[in-house]
Design a protein around this ligand. Sequence first.
Ligand SMILES: *Cc1c(COP(=O)(O)O)cnc(C)c1O
Length: 236
Amino acid sequence: MDLFQNVKAVQEKIAAAARAAGRDPGEITLCAATKVQSNDTIRAAIAAGIQVCGENRVQELTAHLEANAYSGAQVHFIGHLQTNKVKQVVGRVELIHSVDSPHLLQAVARQAEKLGLVQDILLEVNIAGEESKGGVRPEALPELAELVLASNFVRLRGLMAIPPVSTVSGANRKYFSQMRNLFVDIMKKMSDNQSVMDCLSMGMSADFEDAIAEGATLVRVGTALFGPRPPMGSPC
Ligand SMILES: *Cc1c(COP(=O)(O)O)cnc(C)c1O
């Protein structure tokens, strides 16, 4: 695996997908999904041009922060976040992608207040209505967005979704398109306050080009950069 070449190849595909959609490639952020990667691999990815790392698990985030592995890049939290772990995340990452309930939102806001800062967040939407996944139902999104606005310690930056793993090209386009519509709706509702709705986080290795065609401003890519991961739960 040549990480440097993979980074260049993904960056080029992002740029090509953007241009094909009549968009400026500069509008799209590549977030490297670094779960299970070592400190050295993360450093190498940053040296190869990665500017944003997305971490899934609190334990890995904490270990990489302690090792100073993200130096030179932003860090985002993209995984499911448990309320009892917000202390290890709030104020340590630029953006939390996965706020999906009033309970979690309040925990994040409380911790941000304690630290005297404003935490940027995305609201995660369960766009395909999958039982097994986190994310707020689209119908409940406006109410959750209102709660963000009511707090001085969290700032809404946009929306995030993890649709089903796509096996055929184009399979997730309808979900990406629905996300884009939700994003535009919420943006209109927010237009009279100070929130900056600039992030629509969707698309992974198998479908980031489709996501860009439908309006993604941030894609989260792991496998296409780092190669296949060991199966979940196996020692690595
Ligand atoms: C692992 C992960 C990704 C990247 O998945 P790949 O298919 O390896 O590109 C993106 N988003 C989240 C939330 C992830 O956990």
